[in-house]
Design a protein around this ligand. Structure first.
Ligand SMILES: [Mn+2]
Length: 298
């Protein structure tokens, strides 16, 4: 019971947070892109992996009626080991709370890395609703189940396979493989393929992702919803499955460590996965086009 005043105190601090100025000022250039709904997850605040620059840019250029934070927003596991919290990470919290103040409905569904927030499900901190899972109805009436997704990753393979995902790494591995082979030959050792070992891991990773998507979609099908939105495996994706002769949509909103993706719902109910680095590149090209039409000052 002694805990209660402490929680109120924490809630008060969170509520007064928007009056503090962020270290990176808000940059709203022209109109914000408005969506009905935005889903983001796997931000991993409190780690060097979090791409705070791109996320701040995303938050400054978009707006929505509802925003779901689909877990692993704060990395409590890593923070417990080593405290790392740059000013930009506060800026992200500041921006989210400011959205809530401007009238966006914010729903925070904690994941496995921020599981310490899970006991607060049902509470509201500074306009942020904390929930264990949510049901979202799209503008065209589809019912989607929203959850982080670690519930379906029973073996918790996430960390072991994540390191092996990605073509780029595979190519580096191939180069390294040649080097290892040469050194081994020079030393008179038998051939051993590093790339083959890696390829095996990559194949396992691909199988794991595919299996995971299937398991999550099936769980949604069993609950009779039209689809599911989750995060957790850091792989933004849309897939359509069939359950009991009915279509079940699988949406993964990706992450802000590697891909920097967000899932959005337009006002007509159409859903789209945004790749923010690509959006930034497109914006810069458009900006250059505009600049090219500006006559040079004499
Ligand atoms: Mn997770």
């Amino acid at each position: 019971m002694n805990d209660l005043p402490r929680h109120f105190d924490a809630a008060h601090k969170v509520a007064s947070f928007p009056s503090i100025k962020p270290s990176v000022p808000e940059r709203v250039i022209g109109e914000r892109r408005r969506f009905r709904t935005i889903w983001i997850s796997d931000v991993h605040l409190g780690t060097k992996g979090c791409n705070h620059e791109l996320l701040i840019d995303f938050l400054d250029h978009t707006d929505s009626e509802t925003m779901y934070l689909v877990g692993d927003i704060i990395d409590g596991w890593r923070l417990k080991k080593k405290f790392y919290w740059p000013a930009e990470h506060n800026d992200i919290v500041w921006r989210i709370l400011k959205r809530a103040r401007r009238g966006t409905r914010i729903v925070y569904i904690p994941g496995n890395h921020d599981e310490m927030v899970r006991p607060f499900a049902g509470m509201n901190f500074g306009g942020v609703e904390i929930m264990r899972a949510a049901f979202h109805e799209t503008a065209d009436g589809r019912r989607l189940m929203v959850l982080h997704g670690d519930e379906f990753d029973t073996i918790m393979l996430a960390h072991r396979w994540l390191a092996f995902v990605g073509d780029a790494l595979y190519h580096v591995m191939m180069k390294l493989n040649n080097w290892v082979a040469r050194v081994r030959t020079a030393l008179g050792l038998p051939y051993w393929s590093l790339s083959k070992a890696a390829k095996h891991k990559v194949k396992n990773a691909v199988e794991f992702i595919s299996k995971y998507e299937e398991v999550v979609a099936r769980a949604a099908g069993e609950r009779g919803v039209d689809g599911v939105v989750c995060g957790h495996i850091h792989t933004a994706e849309f897939r359509s499955f069939s359950y009991d002769g009915k279509e079940v949509e699988y949406w993964n909103d990706g992450d802000w460590v590697e891909g920097c993706n967000a899932l959005v719902e337009h006002f007509d109910g159409t859903m789209e996965i945004l790749n923010w680095p690509e959006e930034v590149a497109r914006r810069e090209i458009r900006c250059n086009d505009v600049m090219a039409t500006v006559p040079e000052a004499a």
